[in-house]
Design a protein around this ligand. Structure first.
Ligand code: ARG
Length: 466
């Protein structure tokens, strides 16, 4: 098949070179964006009197037909025939409508074309991922709402530390995910400049109305410098970085779930539909989903590193290296959207084993700080109270007892400050309720956090409607 650029060449492309050079096997997913860009470009060309209204009409109906056939899966994206999706659409158009099709590329280069297509695609996918993250926030908030009084140990260094609730732990992940949403929205803001009209690198000699196309395509302005316009992939990097951070959060949550469903913790039980078995060990029920999410995080980081490295040595303006932006961005999107598809249902169907969480809370002296605080509030300097409590803990460990099992008599040997109210102070639910400062685990506070999460969901979903 002769290339659109064959004029200057006396030989056809070597077959291996053709395969090596061709991006259509992976960039064909950009066809809706490519056609959307061409519709806007040809509309503008007609408005500016660069092509006739009749040509524009033919181009438009041709493009719409091509869109339909591509939607219907009727076009074979064959690298032997088409180098990339941009050439493919243009070739098909000319095959369909003849002369007028050949006028479409007036005042345009594949460089600004691909820069536009990629931006339109990333913009759409940011919204998609954002919606999925909002859904995950909702699911976590729903589970949290049912567990504001579900006591469990909070950990530092994976050692039992202080009493919290299951709701509180989940809401920590909600806070992370809220930041992910804000990061994605910020990237939308960063990419909000239209590269169309940048030409190959230095604009064009035609009187293009770049503000018109920018507006039609939903951008607030055209990008200010054509060389930058064709070679800017910062928004891809920002998006990949947003996705990497998001995956890091999903991976941390996955790691917790993996621990929680182990026999060592047994804080939750995953639904059978969201677990897998072993081919040899009949007893096994494995949290494969979480392990895959944890594993795929590495893959998304890899996508970010790929593009950072691709871009780092490129001279202005367009270089073919940039074609390598596609597969890593697509792979990251596919990976993240798949993870976000399975995770919410896995979480909403899991069983929370509240008694096991409470039992874990009763071991490990997670109320030791409360004991020290108890004495401090009665007038003992905190450092002394800390030391005295440490002594009590050491004794309890030796005797296989817990702090609340010490009798008042035993306690009063250590300090006169102990009285009956001690037992109330080290009760775990009370200890949680008393952590009632803003951002704390007291049910009153977690209810506020839940309300804030619901407000956040409403606000960020409303943006879609506006
Ligand atoms: N397939 C190319 C890409 O994705 C399109 C741009 C090609 N431009 C060029 N001057 N060869 O980057």
């Amino acid at each position: 098949m002769a290339k659109l650029w064959a004029g200057r060449f006396s030989k056809t492309t070597d077959e291996t070179v053709n395969d090596f050079n061709s991006s259509i096997p992976f960039d064909n997913r950009l066809y809706p964006q490519d056609i959307e860009g061409s519709l806007a470009h040809s509309e503008m060309l007609a408005r500016q009197g660069i092509i006739t209204a009749a040509d524009r009409d033919q181009i438009h109906s041709g493009l719409k037909e091509i869109l339909q056939s591509m939607d219907a899966g009727e076009v074979e994206f064959d690298p032997a025939q088409y180098e990339d999706i941009h050439m493919c659409v243009e070739q098909l158009l000319t095959e369909r409508i003849g002369q007028a099709g050949k006028r479409l590329h007036t005042g345009r280069s594949r460089n600004d074309q691909v820069a536009l297509d990629m931006r339109l695609y990333v913009r759409q996918e940011i919204l998609e991922v954002r919606d999925q993250v909002l859904h995950l926030i909702e699911v976590l908030t729903d589970v949290a709402e049912k567990n504001t009084a579900t006591i469990m140990p909070g950990y530092t260094h994976l050692q039992r530390a202080q009493p919290v609730t299951f709701a509180y732990v989940l809401l920590a992940y909600v806070s992370m995910l809220k930041r992910d949403v804000r990061r994605l929205e910020n990237t939308l803001d960063v990419l909000d400049e239209c590269p169309l009209g940048s030409g190959a690198l230095a604009g064009t000699t035609y009187d293009l109305d770049r503000h018109f196309t920018a507006e039609v395509l939903g951008f607030s302005q055209p990008c200010a410098n054509a060389m930058d316009g064709v070679s800017d992939r910062d928004y891809c990097l920002e998006f990949l970085s947003d996705l990497s951070i998001l995956m890091m959060h999903l991976s941390r949550l996955s790691e917790e779930v993996i621990s929680w469903c182990s026999w060592e913790f047994k804080f939750i039980e995953l639904d059978d539909a969201f677990s897998t078995g072993s081919s040899i060990m009949p007893q096994k029920k494995n949290p494969d989903i979480c392990e895959l999410i944890r594993g795929k995080t590495g893959r998304v980081y890899g996508d970010l590193m790929t593009l950072l490295t691709v871009m780092k040595g490129l001279p202005l303006a367009y270089d073919k290296d940039m074609q390598e932006d596609k597969e890593c961005v697509f792979d990251a999107i596919d990976t993240v959207t798949m993870c976000l598809k399975v995770l919410p249902d896995m979480l909403s169907t899991m069983t929370v084993l509240t008694e096991n969480m409470a039992a874990a809370g009763r071991k490990g002296f997670i109320n030791a700080t409360d004991c020290a605080d108890y004495l401090t509030k009665k007038g003992m300097p905190f450092r002394d109270a800390y030391k005295l409590t440490g002594g009590l803990v050491a004794r309890c460990i030796q005797e296989g007892r817990t702090l609340e099992q010490l009798t008042l008599k035993e306690l009063r040997v250590e300090s006169e400050l102990f009285d009956e109210s001690f037992y109330e102070a080290v009760d775990l639910l009370n200890a949680v309720k008393r952590r009632n400062t803003f951002g704390g685990p007291a049910p009153e506070q977690t209810e506020k956090q839940i309300a804030m999460a619901r407000d956040f969901l409403q606000e960020h979903r409303k943006q879609d409607e506006s």
